[in-house]
Design a protein around this ligand. Structure first.
Ligand code: NI
Ligand code: MN
Length: 208
């Protein structure tokens, strides 16, 4: 049995009896997150880009679990310098991990770690993960792009996790178009309500 759990914002866990991974673990500092990073037990942390609401607790979760951070090369190198175990990848590439296959997809967005300074962390990405025979697409933060058609054609998607919050990513109207392109069996909206500027009513977003 495969279980996909929403932990708020763009954070999900994906697990079966043997394996568990997490996407974009933004828990500390997320006003809506109910889980603490200390309670997360995973073998891999997939990070779509360097923004704080995605990199989040990735490095501490990686260290406490001895879990692999899977991210675009520049971001992976950033995490490695902070002491994490990493597996760098890049857009278009896939790799077979113990838990399943991961392919990096394009995302139209930015990627930098912004603290006292701004550290560039390469291109942002999305992920297509084949886990327990199911294809899960996590788009990362992105605007709508027509190559989503190609992602839908090349991968029979069981689930698509796509943003609807607007302002920083697609809003609802574009997300509806994205679903048309991706043709997933199930779509789960993400990246809304966490902050005032991305408040959204997910009920206006039709699920299929
Ligand atoms: Ni972002
Ligand atoms: Mn974001």
């Amino acid at each position: 049995m495969i279980k996909l759990t929403y932990l708020g914002h763009a954070c999900f866990t994906l697990e079966d009896e043997k394996h568990k991974i997490i996407f974009d673990p933004f828990l500390s500092g997320n006003p809506l997150a109910k889980n603490k990073p200390e309670d997360i037990k995973v073998e891999a942390v997939l990070v779509s880009h360097g923004h704080g609401d995605h990199l989040g607790d990735a490095i501490s979760i990686s260290k406490s679990n001895n879990a692999l951070i899977i991210a675009p090369f520049e971001l992976a190198m950033y995490c490695q310098k902070k002491g994490a175990n990493v597996h760098p990848m890049h857009i278009g590439g896939s790799y077979n991990f113990d838990f399943g296959r991961v392919k990096l997809t394009i995302a139209h967005h930015g990627s930098a770690v912004v603290d006292e300074q701004i550290t560039y962390t390469g291109n942002p990405c999305g992920f297509v993960v084949n886990f327990g025979g199911k294809n899960v697409y996590h788009s990362g933060d992105t605007g709508l792009f027509s190559d989503m058609k190609l992602i839908g054609q090349l991968n029979k998607l069981d689930v698509a996790l796509i943003p609807i919050g607007d302002n920083f990513t697609m809003g609802v109207e574009d997300a509806v178009k994205a679903v048309e392109f991706l043709k997933p069996k199930l779509v789960i909206p993400m990246h809304f309500d966490t902050f005032e500027v991305i408040k959204q009513d997910p009920k206006v977003f039709p699920r299929n």
